[in-house]
Design a protein around this ligand. Sequence first.
Ligand SMILES: [Zn+2]
Length: 390
Amino acid sequence: MRAVLADLSVPRYLLTAATKGRAPFGLLSLRDDLPAPALPKAPGWVLLRTELGGICGSDLAVARAKNSPVLSAFYTARKQILGHEIVAVVDWTGPGVTAVQAGDRVVVDPVLPCAHRGFEPCRSCREGHPNVCERGQNPAQGFDAALGGGWGELIAAHESQLHRVGVMAAARAVLAEPASIGLHATLRWERRGDRAVVIGPGTIGLLTTAALRRLHPDLDITVVGPGRFKAENVGATRTMASGPEVVEKLAEIHGGRVIRPRVAGTPILEQGVDVVFDCVAQPDTIDLALHLLRPTGMLVLVGGAGRQRVDWSLVWNRQLTVQGTINSGPEPALGGRSAMSQVVQWLGDPAYPADGLVTHEFPLSRWRAALSTAAAGPRAGAVKVALRPL
Ligand SMILES: [Zn+2]
């Protein structure tokens, strides 16, 4: 089968040459000779034929070897077919499959917890957090060549990972996975207060905003950062450019003093906002988030933070909570339903504002152009870029 294969077995001393300069995606290559994924022996597995596979910021980080070394403990497969935002058609069903049949169009929840791999459930899985399964080394679709991923023609998946999407447009369905990430992130915050900030209006930031708006029709949501897509269309109350001046602007809008440190640096919003969702998680956005929060407020780290220099003084001094979030799973706030099933329902509603988020589609043969466009983001007018097999 055809797929873009990431070969991560490159020795470390060659990594820089393989990921910089004129060949920034040197770890990847398009292959036509890969074996179709073999279904695991456990019951309930199906073979999928890819319709559309999204490009996530985390994929670009893998492709450019930019992840923190600590993550190599979890993403252990040396050969990976990337792409965990997947729309596909069920091609073939293995033994014991009852939830789907050949021909069904589906999206994939790429979390593959203990039960599906034939393990006794770990404590995370038992306690309802399969998205942070303790067997973190479980490979999943999009991080493993053996199972396949959205940047290839065929994928193996367990039926419990699948959500049927009927005739939903592929450009909406491919947003199910990032939308579930956004919904799961918003549910890390138990609402206390009326003012939220979302930093980074890329796909995840926009879908986090859309989820916040669905859950809290009256919430004041400021979206901060560069983007071609109007965040007001997905529910933002207002948008503004990123930078320390966000503190002054919010003080003007909502009242409250601006506290200026005696030395240079970002001013502090005295009567700050209740929660910040940082969908970028770079040192400057984390710094801004901490300066915007009121005492006892919450910073939800949605973006993939790494090893970075940040002044954490305000975390203890204002008793802030820093909350991480990854993947999605069953949500007590949704009566135990999964975030994925909720967003599939939302995406099926024409009033849910997801049209136009997929700005570019490329065939697999043009994977380099696709990745360059995704990496350029707002500079290329791109929000979500996706790959299709042909
Ligand atoms: Zn587990």
